[in-house]
Design a protein around this ligand. Sequence first.
Ligand code: XUL
Ligand code: CO
Length: 436
Amino acid sequence: MEYFVNIPKIKYEGKESTNPLSFKFYNPDEVIAGKTMREHLRFAMSYWHTMCAEGSDMFGVGTGDKSYGATDPMEQAKNKAYAAFELMEKLDIDYYCFHDRDIAPEGATLAETNARLDEIADLLEELMKKSGKKLLWGTANCFGNKRYMHGAGTAPNADVFAFAAAQIKKAIEITVKLGGEGYVFWGGREGYETLLNTNMALEQDNMARLMRMAVDYARSIGFTGDFYIEPKPKEPTKHQYDFDVATVLAFLRKYGLDKDFKMNVEANHATLAAHTFQHELRVARDNGAFGSIDANQGDMLLGWDTDQFPTNVYETALCMYEVLKAGGFTKGGLNFDAKTRRGSNTAEDIFLAYIAGMDAFALGLRIADKMIRDGRIDKFVDDRYASYKTGIGKKIVDGTVTMAELEAYALEMGDVTTNISGKQEYLEGVMNALMF
Ligand code: XUL
Ligand code: CO
C-alpha cells in the first residue's frame, strides 16, 4: 500500500525550478570537496517527529493524522514502518533514527513490550534489506513514561534505575541487530527541579555507572558504532546535567568515559544553552568529540525547544564549516530532529519541510566549501595569532618561559604598542560576499 499517494520521488531540479516537490540545492551525486553531497551530509529521518508526532502542544490536541489507517497499536506500528520507508525512499534519505517507543508501543509488562519491539525490529530489518536504508542511531525513550518522573539513571529510586537499565539494554540490542552506526543518550529527565530534594553527586555518579554498563554491554555483544551524548540545558527538566558540550566533557572526563562518547550536537539545544550552534560544534571539534548532529533551528524570540526545520542558511553554512574542519562525519550524520509547525498539518507539509531542510544544508555545504577554498577567513585567523609563532609567543606556546622572564620582557617593552584590529565587520562582509 502507498501512504503518500500524491508525492513523487523528489529529484534535484536546480534553483530556478518552481516545482515545490523538488530539490533546489541538494544534488545527491554532485561532488563537492572530494565527496558526493550524499556522503557529506548523511541525512537521517527522525522517526518520532516524522512518523509519530501529530502536532499536539500544551494547549491543544494534534492537528495531523499519524494513524496510517490502523486502529490497533501494533497494526499502526507496522503501517508506520512501511510508511517510514516509503517516505525515506521518496525523499532520497539514506538513514533513520529512533527511540524504542517510536517504533513499537509499550505493553502491560516489560516482557510484553520487548516482544513487541522484537516483532517490529524484524519488520524493520526486512525493510532495510529491501531498500538499502540504514540506521544512523537508536536510543531509549527514558523520559515519556510516568515511571521516569524523577529521572531514569538519575532517579532517586533504585527500581527505576534498574528498569531504565533493562530498557536501555534492549534498545542497544535492537540497535545492534539493525546495524545501527550509533547509540544516543539524551537525558531529558536527568536533572532536577530543585536542589532541596536532590543528591546531585549520587545522581551523577549513577548516571556514569549506567553509561559504563551500557558501553561495556554493547561492546560485549559486538556493537562497533559510536556512543553519543546529546547536550541540552533544560526542558523538560528545569536543569539538565548534560547542559552543554563543555559540561558533558567535564562529566565524561571525571568518570573516565571520555574515550567512549562523542557529542550529538543539536542546534536548538545550543541556543537554549545561550550558545550558538557553531560554538557547540567548535567545542566538540576542538576536544576531538565531534560525532553527530541533530539538525533543526529554534525561534530566537522563544525560550523553548521549537524543533523547527532548519532553513537559516547562515547557520547551516557555519555548521558545515565546522563539520568540514572536523574532517566530516564518520559514523554520524544530519538527523532532522525537527517537526512541521502545528499549522502545517498535512503529509505534503512534511515533504516540503524536509526539502527545505535538506536544501538549506546543501547550501550550507556549498558555502562552507567556498569559505575554505576562498581562504580569507582562515588566513585572517591564522595571521591574527602569528605572534605565537616566533619570539616570546613561541616560547609561551612551547612552555619554555617563566613568569619572571615574561615580567622582564614586559618591563623592557614599557607598554603594548601594537594591537591589530579584529575586523569583525569586514569578516561578516566576506561571509555575505561568499554567500550571495
Ligand atoms: C529532545 C531531543 C531528543 C533526542 C533523542 O529535545 O532532542 O529527541 O534527540 O532522545
Ligand atoms: Co535531539
